[in-house]
Design a protein around this ligand. Structure first.
Ligand code: 3PG
Ligand code: MG
Length: 399
């Protein structure tokens, strides 16, 4: 891979230079309080930021948060993230209340060597996500004016053809940050020649989100274990009724087709935890996967399934896991996710947790992060990497 790295940039010397860092500080927030519920993505970018401040750079950090629609929306302000980032870095983070306006300009101008600024949410500007090259380019020009060099450390966003990820690197000397480099190194071990048996566990709510990766993985993996909300569309494809569980009716035929072509590699739940309602205190019990009562909703995989999946994971030498096995945010329906996570944590294998919800689940369930080989910060990005797609953010660094 012909990508220059942070070490190359540091070797040139960055003291007194302005370095624009694209980070993925898109952290989950509590819906009621707005508090950061998982700061994993903030912590993941610290090595890059500390290396730059330590070398005397003026560090200008930018990121998106959530999906505001191209205009400022206080719900998605990065203000609270600036506070948390400052705590973790152990230094004040100067926060600009706009992205490329007056506040950003004066904040960047006032930076002393070794100081850090965070710009307001990139997606408060329509140019960031625009499909129009000229509109994106114009925004990228404004961003690029804040840096003498550019570091991409936003692995979670490298699959997006957005101004800060795809167009800014065309305008500045650019390198990959420590996080992006590590993520790519790890994931390339999975797409190269993974040590076998190679077992993949997929969960999460939608089959449609995972279809491309299932297609790409089937020829490569030895076993593909499917849980989470998406398993019900597969169960339906096997001819079972799924009650009022999550179902993508239009995907049933596709799932049937995948099952037929999978040479028995796909393993589905044999029991599920079915509840009266989608609620933390709903009455629930374990039922066979082919006997879900019509008014019940499946919210987790059952204990027999956990045991079966654990047996399939036993002896694996490479494991990739993406997506929770159930509604782990509700303790009554967290047993499946916990059981699988603990099994993977104990496995004598190279283990990778795909980002987003599964990474958050590992931390929310209080599991030891260091018992996994790698916890990716990218949900969609890691899946698209495994699909073999060209990632705009990585391609831009290669040029
Ligand atoms: C993510 O959370 O998956 C990344 O931050 C990318 O966000 P997006 O899916 O809104 O582009
Ligand atoms: Mg996403």
């Amino acid at each position: 891979m012909s990508i220059r790295t942070l070490d190359d940039l540091l070797a040139e010397g960055v003291s007194g230079r302005r370095v624009l860092v694209r980070a993925d500080l898109n952290v989950p927030l509590d819906k009621q309080t707005g508090d950061i519920t998982d700061d994993g993505r903030i912590r993941a970018v610290l090595p890059t930021l500390s290396a730059l401040t330590g070398a005397g750079a003026k560090v200008v950090v930018c990121s998106h948060l959530g999906r505001p629609k191209g205009t400022p929306d206080p719900k998605f302000s990065l203000g609270p993230v600036a506070g948390r980032l400052g705590e973790l870095l152990g230094t004040r983070v100067h926060f600009a209340t706009d992205t490329v306006g007056e506040s950003a300009r004066s904040t960047v101008d006032a930076l002393a060597d070794g100081e850090v600024a965070l710009l307001e949410n990139l997606r408060f500007n329509a140019g960031e996500t625009s499909k129009d090259d000229a509109e994106r380019g114009a925004f990228a020009d404004q961003l690029a004016a804040f840096g003498d060099a550019y570091v991409d450390d936003a692995f979670g966003a490298v699959h997006r053809k957005h101004a800060s990820v795809h167009d800014v690197p065309a305008r500045l000397p650019h390198v990959a940050g420590r996080l992006v480099l590590r993520e790519v190194e790890v994931l390339s071990r999975l797409t190269g020649e993974p040590e076998r048996p190679y077992v993949v566990v997929l969960g999460g709510s939608k089959v449609s989100d995972k279809l491309a990766v299932i297609e790409a993985l089937l020829p490569t993996v030895d076993r593909l274990l499917i849980g989470g909300g998406m398993c019900f569309t597969f169960l339906k494809a096997q001819g079972h009724e799924v009650g009022s569980s999550l179902l993508e009716e239009e995907m049933v035929e596709t799932c049937r087709n995948l099952l037929e072509r999978s040479e028995g590699k796909i393993m589905l739940p044999v029991d599920v935890v079915a509840a009266d309602a989608f609620a933390p205190d709903a009455a629930h019990d374990t039922v066979p996967a082919d006997g879900i009562p019509s008014k019940r909703v499946g919210l987790d995989i059952g204990p027999e399934t956990v045991a079966g999946f654990a047996a399939a994971l036993k002896g694996a030498r490479t494991i990739f896991w993406n997506g929770p096995m159930g509604v782990f945010e509700m303790p009554a329906f967290a047993h499946g996710t916990r059981g699988i996570a603990e099994t993977i944590a104990k496995a004598d294998a190279f283990t990778v947790v795909g980002g987003g919800d599964s990474a958050a689940a590992v931390r929310a369930l209080g599991l030891d992060e260091s018992s996994f080989g790698h916890i990716s910060t990218g949900g969609g990005a890691s899946l698209e990497y495994l699909e073999g797609k060209t990632l705009p953010g990585i391609a831009a660094l290669e040029n």
